[in-house]
Design a binder for this molecule. Structure first.
Ligand SMILES: Nc1ncnc2c1ncn2[C@@H]1O[C@H](COP(=O)(O)OP(=O)(O)O)[C@@H](O)[C@H]1O
Ligand SMILES: [Mg+2]
Length: 509
């Protein structure tokens, strides 16, 4: 028996959705005053379990005890009354309202009466927990990190003693992550209890006291963080050995394949989204573009792919200007683009094989005049399926039946089986589980010795640092600097991501 009282006890929780057992007989215990990490891959059942605790879902089976007392949580209102607060992955703030208005919204504490008192209470809370925020700012004026502080304050204002944070670092810069972890420690010092959902091992080891690991809806272990390590955690999370160090042999940098010069492009709203961007990508190298989501990466990708016009600047592919070339022309010049929204690159109702040869259909041996040779098509698809480890129910089945990881492998196979000099890979592993990520990383790295150039754009800094030969950091539409992904450059990269540092062009590598 532990001496510390139990804040949350969930016993035998089972939750089924059509066709999926999201939570299967889960026991989950959180002690008062601890930071408890809930670790698991995408789809492991973390959010479902916490949505049950917060009263959003009703479990099919199981019981919940809060501070030792059996609880009947039928709605978030019940959860709040029990001192439970939740910060969801997607914030739920009203963009046009102020911080104070958002915090008070729905508490029945109308703003009109006792406005000053309410405001003061919020300011005091913010101070007590070092949650720097301007109470009168409107939500749309705030960064993701600041909006998250509003969500935390909102929960505290409602009297939360047990705070659930669902993947709270996914939208933050490295500096903001540091501050958040600081805040969490501060909160436990004030007697609060934290449940911290994550799939990132670094965060578990950095901040939690204990960790519960979920895999496919079941608990695989409950551990004291101090007595475990990342390798053990990863094995429990994934269920097999994970290779953290990928083979990344040095490859000599070859000739220039892509050059962009002083590129400018506008956002959908007509604002400057890409501002004077210049860089080159060479054969045998991966250039990674790092940055917090929404800093112009999407628009930059679209300009390079030919989906959005450049308002200034130039693009060259293999030394030939392509600024105004069509998508088809760019493909013929040697560029291939794999978009982040995977399904847009596919025809869902067409077969896996057809989707995989979608771009080879104009060339022999598949094309026989106006006809497609089905046998040849299936042969090629079969070869690619093997080479790229695509797990399929059969090449003639519709592509929409594939899981995210296998869709991504099929797409990569299709793009890389062309005469490609430069692959533009946008968010290639977003939403994939650890196993699929590893294959995609291997596929990308395997292109370097073949002399291909890769432009990699991702919000996942770890991915950028693992794969890239050079890292360009984008902030507010600009390239803040280009550095090598070395340990000693990490702080610089963080500062550049936050917009707090811009390197002179002479310092770029
Ligand atoms: N509302 C829902 N309807 C149907 N299936 C769901 C729903 N919510 C979650 N699931 C499924 O339950 C499983 C667990 O999901 P989730 O709890 O969101 O995992 P995690 O938060 O660990 O990524 C997944 O297979 C997911 O697709
Ligand atoms: Mg989740």
């Amino acid at each position: 028996m532990s001496e510390v009282p139990t804040a949350v006890l969930m016993k035998g929780i089972t939750k089924r959705f059509a066709g999926v057992v999201a939570n299967s007989n889960i026991d989950f215990e959180v002690r008062e005053g601890e930071i408890h990490a809930l670790l698991g891959e995408n789809g492991a059942g973390k959010t479902t379990l916490m949505n049950i605790l917060y009263g959003i879902y009703r479990p099919d089976e199981g019981e919940i005890y809060i501070y030792g007392k059996k609880a009947h949580i039928h709605s978030p209102k019940d959860a709040i009354a029990l001192g439970i607060g939740m910060v969801h992955q997607q914030f739920r703030l009203v963009q046009t309202h102020t911080v104070v208005e958002n915090i008070v919204l729905g508490t029945g504490n109308g703003l009109r009466f006792e406005e000053e008192e309410v405001r003061q209470k919020i300011v005091d809370l913010a101070q007590r927990y070092s949650l720097a925020i301007n109470p009168d700012a409107r939500i749309w004026q705030l960064s993701a990190g600041e909006q998250q502080r509003v969500e935390i304050l909102k929960a505290l204002y409602r009297g939360a003693k047990i705070l659930i944070l669902d993947e709270p670092t996914s939208m933050l810069t490295p500096l903001e992550i540091k501050e958040l972890l600081q805040t969490l420690r501060r909160m436990t010092e004030e007697g609060n209890t934290i449940i911290f959902i994550t799939h990132k091992l670094d965060e578990v080891t950095a901040v939690s006291h204990r960790v519960t690991i979920l895999r496919q809806g079941k608990v695989t272990a409950v551990l004291e963080t101090a007595k475990t390590n990342k390798v053990q955690l990863a094995n429990l999370m994934v269920g097999r050995e994970v290779l953290f160090r990928l083979e990344k042999p040095s490859v000599e940098r070859g000739s220039e394949v892509l050059r962009v010069e002083g590129l400018e492009a506008l956002s959908d709203k007509g604002l400057i989204a890409v501002n004077n961007v210049s860089f080159t990508v060479h054969r045998g190298e991966i250039l990674g573009i790092a940055g917090v989501a929404g800093n112009g990466q999407r628009e930059l990708l679209e300009v390079i792919a030919g989906l959005r016009p450049a308002t200034r600047g130039k693009i060259f592919i293999n030394g030939v200007e392509a600024t105004r070339s069509s998508i088809r022309e760019r493909i013929n010049m040697g560029m291939s683009y794999v978009p982040g929204e995977r399904m847009t690159a596919l025809v869902p109702n067409m077969s896996i094989a057809e989707n995989m040869i979608l771009k080879s259909y104009r060339t022999a041996p598949i094309s026989k005049g106006a006809f497609i040779d089905r046998r040849e098509m299936l042969n090629l698809a079969q070869r690619l399926i093997q080479e790229y480890e695509v797990i399929t129910p059969g090449p003639e089945k519709p592509v929409k039946l594939l899981s995210g990881g296998n869709i991504q492998r099929a797409l990569m196979a299709r793009e890389l089986s062309q005469q490609v000099d430069i692959l533009v890979a946008a968010y290639p592993t977003s939403g994939l589980d650890v196993g699929a990520i590893e294959t995609i990383w291997r596929i990308l790295l395997s292109q370097r010795p073949l002399g291909k150039a890769i432009l990699l754009v991702s919000d996942d800094l770890e991915e950028i640092l693992t794969l890239s030969d050079r890292v360009a950091v984008m902030h507010n539409g600009e390239i803040m600097g280009i550095v090598e992904p070395k340990e000693e450059n990490l702080e610089k990269i963080g500062l550049m991501m936050a917009g707090a540092l811009k390197l002179e062009q002479e310092q770029w590598v």
